[in-house]
Write a protein that binds this ligand. Sequence first.
Ligand SMILES: [Zn+2]
Ligand SMILES: [Zn+2]
Length: 89
Amino acid sequence: MKPCHSCQAVIDEYLLDKQLEPLRDLTVDDFNVCADCATIVADACVKCGSAVYVPRSESVTPDYCPACRADLIDRTGHDPGWNCDLTST
Ligand SMILES: [Zn+2]
Ligand SMILES: [Zn+2]
């Protein structure tokens, strides 16, 4: 059992797995936080319409799910961050 990086509680993989279900491509193995510390927002990805994961340090809901962010990094070679920049267009 791994401890949560954020609150040090033991991660309940069953609970976390249920919480991560709407996310593309991610499993409990990709997370070092417990279900309490992982915030998932359904249908929020601007690219694929899947759920996004809100990192603890972020106060805003990301525009990209982790899978789409990884796709963009693969395709463009640079990290778009969690949010698409709507103000610069
Ligand atoms: Zn935690
Ligand atoms: Zn997506």
